[in-house]
Write a new protein. Structure first.
Ligand SMILES: Cc1cc2nc3c(=O)[nH]c(=O)nc-3n(C[C@H](O)[C@H](O)[C@H](O)COP(=O)(O)OP(=O)(O)OC[C@H]3O[C@@H](n4cnc5c(N)ncnc54)[C@H](O)[C@@H]3O)c2cc1C
Length: 398
């Protein structure tokens, strides 16, 4: 007899992590997604030490560390003055504190999908979810599922189960592409960025390999306002490359790999947090509970932490209400803190006004070098402020 029947809405990072952990504990799990054969969309991301701990628990951490690229430093400087305005080193937390891993989204997706299927979760594609009530999911086709003991909402930033009206995108998004790694002068262990005020940003992040027999790659990104997207599409690719070169001439070998605008995918970001992670009998995980711009590189890690907390809470509590209250209690402080930090930091890296860039360059940057700020910033980036793993560990101590 399965312990519980659980429907997971969304076959992304949070949904698959929940599926792997909950199916392993003997629950009957079905994951529903609108994609016919769910796959990873988008470029690369940084797995932080806290997210890697969850992936270790799922059993895929070692594989992903091998495929990914070790990230030891986040580094950024401005164009004109060459002023260093971002320099966060994981090593400030001590020798054993770990580091980030730049990973191809496809590598993360494939590892989580395999773990979920191996644990016994069923994947149901081509299901466009429109609503949930009384333990049932409803689809755009008009069909509904059988009743489940629990519905997990992992539908991401545009989840119809979270927000009645879609969240407004932030003014800036970014164009992203996966390109082959080009070596020096780029640091294979750093995410590097160059800025012109906060209006322009180009970045290079090593993301390792999709599979062991594919080449090493980098995520290459260019910050862009949605309002300027049409102009970017209509201008020649060469004029855009000229702008990128002006900001960071060494990116030439990356630019040489871009022949077609469609190689660059525009990602939009939104910022929002639900007041509570449970509503109308649905429990929310990942971006469907809390979404933010990726400036702090935490979203996927947050989704992984949510999945581990939910699985632990359901395992520790026989009653559903107690389990969901424990899940919420274990996660809420960490989430509020990071949502606030992300909301504060985003304009310093993506905004049109001169004030945010001035504050970044002349206040935040000098302050960030004074003790104990280097250590605090390293803890912030590694995801460990508010000790999220310790909060999850206590879920087993009832
Ligand atoms: C450009 C970019 C860079 C980022 N960089 C980082 C980083 O460095 N580090 C980091 O930790 N995070 C990063 N993030 C954030 C991270 O990608 C998200 O926080 C994470 O993917 C959230 O996982 P999720 O499971 O909540 O949602 P998702 O991974 O978005 O999954 C949602 C799933 O739901 C499905 N779905 C959606 N709507 C429906 C529907 N109505 N019916 C059926 N299925 C549906 C989708 O097909 C998808 O499979 C970045 C995000 C972006 C956009």
């Amino acid at each position: 007899m399965p312990k519980r029947t659980i429907a997971i809405a969304g076959c992304g990072i949070g949904g698959l992590a929940c599926a792997a952990l909950l199916a392993r504990e003997g629950n009957r799990v079905v994951v529903f997604d609108r994609m016919q054969a769910p796959t990873a969309l988008g470029s690369g991301l940084i797995l932080q030490p806290v997210g890697l701990a969850v992936l270790d628990e799922i059993g895929v951490g070692a594989r992903l560390r091998l495929l990914g690229a070790e990230i030891r430093r986040l580094f950024g400087r401005t164009r004109g003055s060459g002023r260093v305005v971002l320099d966060v080193r994981y090593g400030r937390l001590g020798e054993h504190a770990g580091h980030g891993v730049g990973i191809h989204r496809g590598a993360l997706f494939e590892a989580l999908l395999a773990a979920a299927v191996q644990a016994g979760a069923e994947i149901a594609g081509s299901r466009d979810i429109t609503g949930a009530s009384d333990g049932r999911l409803s689809f755009a086709s008009g069909a509904t599922t059988a009743r489940h003991d629990l519905i997990v909402n992992a539908l991401g930033v545009r989840s119809p189960l979270s927000w009645r009206k879609p969240l407004a995108p932030l003014p800036f998004g970014a164009l992203w592409a996966n390109l082959d790694w080009v070596g020096a002068p780029f640091d294979a262990t750093a995410l590097e960025q160059r800025y012109e005020a906060a209006r322009r940003m180009v970045g290079v992040m090593p993301i390792g390999r999709l599979r062991s027999d594919t080449p090493q790659q980098a995520a290459f990104f260019w910050s862009l306002r949605h309002a300027d997207m049409a102009a970017w599409r209509s201008a020649s690719l060469d004029s855009w490359k000229h702008d990128v070169r002006r900001l960071w001439p060494q990116t030439e070998p990356f630019l040489d790999q871009i022949h077609d605008r469609d190689q660059m995918i525009m990602a939009s970001y939104a910022h929002g947090t639900l007041g509570a992670p449970v509503s109308n009998g649905v429990v929310h995980v990942g971006d469907s509970w809390h979404c933010a711009s990726p400036q702090l590189g935490q979203g996927a890690n947050m989704a992984l932490l949510d999945a581990m907390a939910l699985a632990r809470a359901l395992d520790a509590h026989g009653d559903m209400a107690g389990a969901l209250a424990a899940y919420s209690a274990a996660r809420v402080t960490h989430i509020r803190l990071y949502q606030l930090a992300s909301w504060m930091f985003t304009p310093a890296y993506q905004s049109n006004g001169a004030i945010a860039a001035w504050v970044r360059d002349w206040l935040m940057s000098p302050l960030s070098r004074i003790w104990p700020m280097p250590k605090i910033l390293a803890a912030l980036v590694s995801g460990s402020i508010a000790s999220p793993l310790a909060a999850i560990e206590t879920l087993g101590d009832r």
